[in-house]
Write a new protein. Structure first.
Lengths: 72, 354
């Protein structure tokens, strides 16, 4: 399980961080923390384009996203 | 469900791009300068002039579109629960990235939005600028991929997020009541403008739509290269089609390089000016329009960036860096080179280990 805390970073840094996480840990679930709706949308879009499924949980401050790889 | 939502988002983005493009074309019909229906860089420069921050008499006017962009985003952010006071992500660096972005745009004579407006009016120099912009985004991506970022922002009290929106309301009051310390061009591009209500209304609508759709005229190019994603690019394409079709129907298209309105034909500095602007905007995370929209959402880092754009506009005219119809100025190209060096240093040294 890989965890990326992208809270406080604005577009496109969360997306770049997730790209690196996907490249470095292929086939692993990635848990992402983001702050804004924009980051939630952008990270979801990237993950879906790579075939990941996305579970979104709203937190008191921001969102927790769990990205599950294509075939697991 | 997620897929449907994505399709809806994409449709909204394309529609918003089209509406914005048609609006930019119509604003020219209604009185804005030719091939400058909307130009965020030029319009910020005009406001800087109106406030007396520079003394170029032909480009001084409080452009209501800019006020509308910020307030439209402010209303939208509140309506959809997305207003959040935030800041603290390398504000001084952002300020200077804003300064140099503006200098680059004023060497080309237009922001990423106006580059498309120019091309949609037949000005082929716009295409050279767009190529420079894409190259700038490409350079910025190299830094992003190697761990560049400006650091985390933190949540700050809401009142701080209100400073810039209130600031543009003050600008609106200035343009309504015309106090004697405000400068207004009597000739030149600054004297060409649509009626205040039309400009403000268009700005409010576009500001609202841009906040909802996250439209960005640098982000679209960046995502094409960085993540091979066409989502944000959809707005750029739709905007261009909107401008072009509306211009064609209004007979506002004149193809060619020479004698285009508020433009010059020096390819090298059109290209490199936009390279500087595109690179700075990529490191900042968005084009000048996007910075205004974020400012309306309570992002004080974007607010500082906008102030940097104002300062850059003032410098560009006070130090004779901005280009004119005749081409680049004596000092403009040097400022572009200094800007590129500054940004390369920032991009290289502000990296975290990845």
């Amino acid at each position: 399980m890989v965890e990326v805390d992208a809270r406080g970073f604005s577009c496109p840094i969360p997306v770049v961080k997730i790209m690196h996480a996907i490249e470095n840990s292929p086939g692993e679930s990635i848990t992402v923390f983001v702050e804004s709706e924009v980051s939630r949308e952008n990270v979801s879009r990237l993950a879906q384009s790579k075939g990941y499924t996305v579970e979104i949980e709203a937190l008191a401050e921001g969102y927790k996203l769990i990205l599950n790889p294509p075939s697991s | 469900m997620a897929k449907k939502q994505l399709i809806n988002q994409r449709t909204a983005l394309i529609l918003a791009g089209l509406i914005f493009g048609v609006g930019a074309s119509l604003l020219q019909k209604w009185g804005n300068p030719p091939n400058m229906g909307v130009c965020v860089a030029c319009f910020i420069r005009d406001i800087a002039g109106a406030l007396g921050l520079h003394r170029a008499g032909v480009v001084q006017y409080i452009r209501p579109e800019i006020i509308g962009f910020v307030l439209g985003a402010f209303i939208s952010a509140y309506a959809f629960g997305e207003f959040r006071g935030r800041g603290g992500s390398a504000p001084l660096v952002r300020f200077f990235l804003g300064v140099f972005a503006m200098i680059g745009f004023l060497v080309f004579l237009g922001c990423p939005v106006r580059a498309l407006v120019r091309l949609g009016g037949g000005d082929l120099n716009g295409l050279v600028g767009i190529l420079g912009l894409i190259f700038g985004a490409f350079l910025g991506i190299q830094f992003l991929k190697r761990g560049f970022n400006l650091g985390r922002a933190v949540k700050i009290p809401t009142i701080a997020g209100w400073i810039m929106p209130v600031g543009v309301i003050v600008l609106l009051l200035f343009s309504l009541f015309k106090p004697p310390f405000i400068f207004t061009s009597v000739k030149g591009p600054g004297a060409l403008h649509a009626a205040l209500g039309l400009s403000l209304g268009a700005g409010l609508i576009v500001g609202f739509l841009a906040q909802r759709t996250r439209m960005c005229f640098v982000g679209g190019w960046r995502d094409l290269i960085l993540i091979k994603d066409t989502h944000l690019f959809g707005a750029i394409a739709a905007f261009f089609i909107g401008v072009l079709l509306c211009n064609l129907s209004l007979d506002q298209v004149n193809w060619g390089f020479a004698d285009q309105p508020v433009a010059h034909t020096n390819h090298l500095w059109n290209f490199l000016g936009m390279t500087l602007g595109g690179l700075a905007a990529t490191l900042l995370g968005g084009c000048p329009l996007r910075q205004l929209i974020l400012t309306g959402e309570g992002d004080t880092d974007a607010g500082i960036t906008v102030l940097g754009l104002f300062a850059g506009a003032a410098l560009a005219h006070n130090f004779l860096l901005a280009s004119s119809k005749e081409g680049p100025s004596v000092f403009g190209p040097w400022a572009v080179i200094i800007g590129l060096i500054f940004i390369f240093l920032v991009g290289f040294f502000m990296r975290e280990k990845i």
